[in-house]
Design a protein around this ligand. Structure first.
Ligand code: PGA
Length: 251
């Protein structure tokens, strides 16, 4: 099972800037991506094509969407379907990133529909979960994450390829704040996620990947990636520059 080293570019970079950064990444990491890791870049929709072109023919690189809508096509102004992402060369899609849940108001139920639909359409899905600081401090962490996982995975077929559905644990209070969760916190929550997956999807749980995200940087990446039940990282700010992100990929 390869670890996923994912860079979420959020609403940053024009197509030209994204193509440039992706080309720089491909050149720095050319033939250097360890065989047990894969590099995934999640650009804004408008830059997916530029990144896919920069990665064409490079081994170990993939492109994905940051979001999708759970229909093939239709009157859904402003939305993009999994089919459209596949058409541009995407292999992955993020579902339920905390900014979608908290800024755009996406519910657990909608995230579940997106996960099931994108999986069915042929994309690999990374379902994001995570608690706010208030939820953690009120002792609701496990309840929140269990609810996000249960609804998030509810629509998947009775059996599925576990390599095509991953979970990213991103504590909301650690995203973009410079406050990374400590090793004990990460270990504890990733173990809880693995146990929850085992009870929700016993046949697939052991082989599903669980990524950590939230202020991952070149100087903390190797400590995080080496922890039990950490099968990759989801990096925002530190993925925007090719040299920083390459150091994380190789950490
Ligand atoms: P960050 O963002 O690395 O800037 O904290 C992570 C994310 O939102 O995926």
């Amino acid at each position: 099972m390869k670890k996923i080293m994912a860079g979420n570019w959020k609403m940053y970079k024009t197509a030209a800037q994204a193509g440039e950064t992706a080309a720089a990444l491909a050149s720095i990491l050319s033939n250097k991506v360890p065989s047990d890791r894969e590099v995934l870049i999640l650009p804004p929709f408008t830059a997916i094509d530029a990144v896919a072109q920069a990665f064409a023919g490079q081994k170990g690189f993939a492109v994905g969407g940051q979001n999708c809508y759970p229909e093939h096509e239709g009157a859904f102004t402003g939305e993009v379907s999994p089919d459209m992402l596949l058409d541009l060369g995407c292999a992955y899609v993020l579902v339920g990133h905390s900014e979608r849940r908290h800024v755009l108001g996406e519910s657990n139920e909608l995230c579940g529909r997106k996960t099931a639909f994108a999986h069915q359409a042929g994309l690999k899905v990374i379902l994001c979960v995570g608690e706010t600081l208030a939820e953690r401090e009120s002792g609701a962490l496990e309840k929140i994450i269990a609810g996000q996982l249960e609804s998030g995975l509810a629509g998947l077929p009775p059996s599925f390829d576990p390599e095509r559905v991953a979970v990213a644990y991103e504590p909301v209070w650690a995203i973009g704040t410079g406050k990374v969760a400590g090793p004990e916190e990460i270990l504890q929550v990733h173990k809880f996620i693995r146990q929850s997956l085992l009870s929700l999807r016993p046949a697939e749980a052991a082989a599903m990947r669980i990524l950590y995200g939230g202020s991952v940087k070149p100087d903390n990446a190797s400590r995080i990636i080496g922890l039990d039940n950490v099968d990759g990282v989801l990096v925002g700010g530190a993925s925007l520059q090719a040299d920083n992100f390459s150091r994380i990929v190789l950490a």
